[in-house]
Unconditional design. Structure first.
Length: 667
């Protein structure tokens, strides 16, 4: 299944994974899909021949404008691109008001709380709640361009808060509820927020999360003095500190407001939100997105990639603290008028089948989750989904990181029952919406590949001098033309924006994604990991993702992560962290399994990828969103003291387990 392909120079990255399995969608799916293969080819041709006309057409067809635009793309100050800049619209109007004439009674959100309590709101209900919240923000003196930081649990109210900000032109910055007081304080200070919206507590897996007390601590940090008020949603009724001069209860302030609030018109380039993402320097990067371009990307990807149909029930499991929760919870589904599920808790609590039970109970048609969640679910019981009726599903997707082929196959066979197309999507906080993903009715799927770029996305793979690499060789993934949903800048840091995303060696105009990838003979893209995760082993530059995929292909392995450590002869040695299916191994069993896995990788892809060290643990260090924190694994592998912020870790105790010498096996 796996072949070793040697790169030809240090400017490329060696591709060591070739997946030969292919899957076509069922004919019934193809015949009803929004985009057929011929449609895809035609859209790509149109984008090549008239790039601006292509995007102008879709912007006019998919967005409701208060004032139409006449200028499509402004490149005068590249890479600070502007799209549809003389047009005006309102994002909240496009998500709510546009649906009221014909779909006011349609459920917009079905919310299941951690304890199982269910609340459903229609588009009319949601419109009224957003109006009250927007009026509450106006009563506090907030005006267009002001910043609001939102630090809340998953709920209907967090979507209401985001939409209310958009309705009156206030720029929101959502901070994931798992971040520490220090991290929250840094983001408040950088945004110079006037208001923080939080909750007394959150609920997750039967446990309470101290949101208000964390917020109170955050507001003691330097630079947070700009905050005038704190609006507190009473989620649990828990006993929390309340400062009358600063704090306001949501149920007191918002409930007394009128529900009618005009959706004000704003320029297409008006900032919709700032979303902070980790930076290599330690300072978070405030990714700033526009209004019109961002929303257009969200709408088109809902219709193209998720093949959205008017009667679909859509469920994206992401938290709104991440960009996936922005685009495919708070904005995209609402903009197309979908009914969506929002879930507060842990998919495996209070029983491991909860996620499958929810899909059955709500008749979910399109399900979108992360590869880390998929691998965790496999570990709980590979056949568990077969105990549930998942016949409502017609499309399943993955997001967040590359999915290894064996996890893809499990997802396809056990969840999708070998009939649901899998859309493996590549995109980033900075791109705002899907960039490379299968249009499910238009192309066959290959496990582990995100397939081809969407129409209008000019993606390519180059070496570190900007030269195109041959198919089969790895390089740096770039996008050579600007696109509407691209970030506009980094908040308060335009110089860093240019240096990080548009470096001079890529002509200062190509978007550098920071990911490595290779392209096969069919033009399919395969993500190999972050550029800084590339391992340099004996002169070969290897992508960590491919080695991890080989490890997880072993029938007894549930998850794996690979990092590099300095080696005086080879440059770097490969250190693998492995989670087995079933119970934790004894020391003797670990010795035997380490040797077996090492030989397995050698057989699968070649001796060059053989791990020098394998460590076994009950889990990998992950954030509460399920993302593996590889920087911590690198520190463990290099035997460095971990002194960085680990407040977002779901399982901080795992660090000690992985770091113990007795957990280390060197084949």
């Amino acid at each position: 299944m796996y072949l070793y392909v040697r790169g030809v120079s240090m400017q490329t990255i060696d591709s060591i994974l070739t997946e030969r399995r292919e899957f076509m969608p069922e004919q019934s799916f193809q015949s009803s899909a929004n985009i057929s293969f011929s449609d895809y080819q035609e859209l790509c041709r149109q984008a090549e021949e008239d790039y601006e006309g292509f995007w102008a057409r879709f912007a006019r067809e998919n967005l409701v404008w208060g004032r139409g635009f006449t200028r499509v793309l402004n490149e005068e100050h590249a890479p600070f691109y502007k799209w549809f800049e003389d047009g005006q619209l309102n994002v909240s109007f496009n998500c709510l008001d546009r649906h009221l004439p014909h779909h006011s009674a349609k459920p917009a959100i079905i919310f299941e709380a951690d304890d199982g309590q269910v609340t459903s709101v229609t588009y009319a209900d949601l419109h009224q709640q957003v109006g009250r919240c927007a009026n509450a923000l106006k009563s506090l003196g907030l005006v267009s361009g002001d910043r609001v930081v939102i630090y809340m649990p998953m709920s209907i109210e967090v979507v209401v808060a985001m939409q209310a900000c958009a309705r009156i032109g206030v720029i929101h910055s959502v901070v994931f509820g798992g971040f520490s007081a220090k991290s929250l304080g840094e983001r408040i200070a950088d945004a110079k927020a006037r208001l923080v919206i939080t909750a007394d507590e959150g609920l997750r897996g039967g446990r309470t999360l101290p949101l208000k007390s964390t917020c109170d601590e955050a507001l003691t940090y330097p630079g947070t003095e700009t905050v005038e008020k704190v609006l507190v949603y009473r989620r649990t009724g828990g006993d929390v500190a309340f400062f009358p001069d600063r704090d306001l209860w949501w149920d007191v302030l918002v409930s007394k407001q009128p529900s009618d609030c005009e959706a004000l018109l704003f320029d297409a380039e008006h900032p919709l939100f700032i979303l902070y993402t980790s930076g290599s320097t330690g300072k978070p990067k405030g990714v700033q997105h526009s209004s019109a371009g961002y929303l257009l990307g969200a709408i088109l990807s809902m219709r193209w990639v998720f093949d959205y149909k008017a009667d679909d029930v859509f469920w994206c499991t992401a938290d709104v603290g991440w960009v996936t929760g922005h685009t495919y919870v708070a904005y995209g589904p609402l903009a197309v008028g979908a009914t969506q599920v929002i879930f507060e808790g842990v998919p495996t609590w209070p029983h491991p089948g909860r996620i499958w039970d929810m899909i059955f109970r709500y008749g979910v048609n399109v399900f979108y989750t992360a590869p880390t969640a998929i691998r965790s679910l496999i570990k709980l019981g590979p056949d568990l989904p077969l105990n549930y009726d998942l016949s409502s599903l017609r499309l399943i997707g993955t997001v967040g990181e590359p999915i290894n082929p064996e996890a893809w196959m499990w997802y396809y066979e056990k969840v999708g029952r070998s009939r649901c197309p899998v859309v493996d999507t590549w995109w980033q906080t900075e791109t705002g919406s899907h960039m490379i993903a299968p249009l499910p009715g238009a192309c066959l799927a290959k496990p582990g590949s995100c397939t081809r770029p969407l129409p209008g996305i000019m993606a390519d793979i180059v070496d570190d001098k900007g030269q195109n690499v041959q198919n089969g060789q790895g390089g740096m993934l770039v996008i050579k033309k600007p696109f509407p949903s691209l970030l506009r800048t980094l908040w308060n840091d335009p110089e860093r924006f240019q240096q990080v995303y548009f470096p001079d060696n890529f002509q200062g105009r190509w978007y550098l994604s920071g990911d490595s990838a290779h392209r096969d003979a069919d033009g399919y893209f395969w993500i190999m990991g972050r550029i800084d995760d590339v391992l340099n082993v004996s002169g070969h530059r290897l992508g960590s993702m491919e080695i991890e995929s080989a490890l997880v292909a072993h029938p007894q392995v549930a998850e794996a992560a690979v990092v590099g450590r300095y080696h005086e002869i080879k440059g770097e040695s490969i250190v693998a962290f492995v989670v087995m299916k079933g119970t934790m191994l004894t020391e003797d069993e670990a010795d035997v399994m380490a040797l077996e896995l090492s030989e397995w990788v050698t057989e699968q892809i070649g001796r060059i990828a053989r791990p020098d060290e394998i460590r076994f643990g009950e889990n990998l260090p992950k954030t509460r969103s399920g993302k593996i924190m590889r920087r911590l694994l690198r520190s463990i592998a290099r035997r460095e003291q971990i002194d960085s912020d680990i407040s977002t870790l779901e399982n901080p105790q795992i660090l000690a387990q992985l770091g113990r010498a007795c957990a280390t096996r060197s084949p």
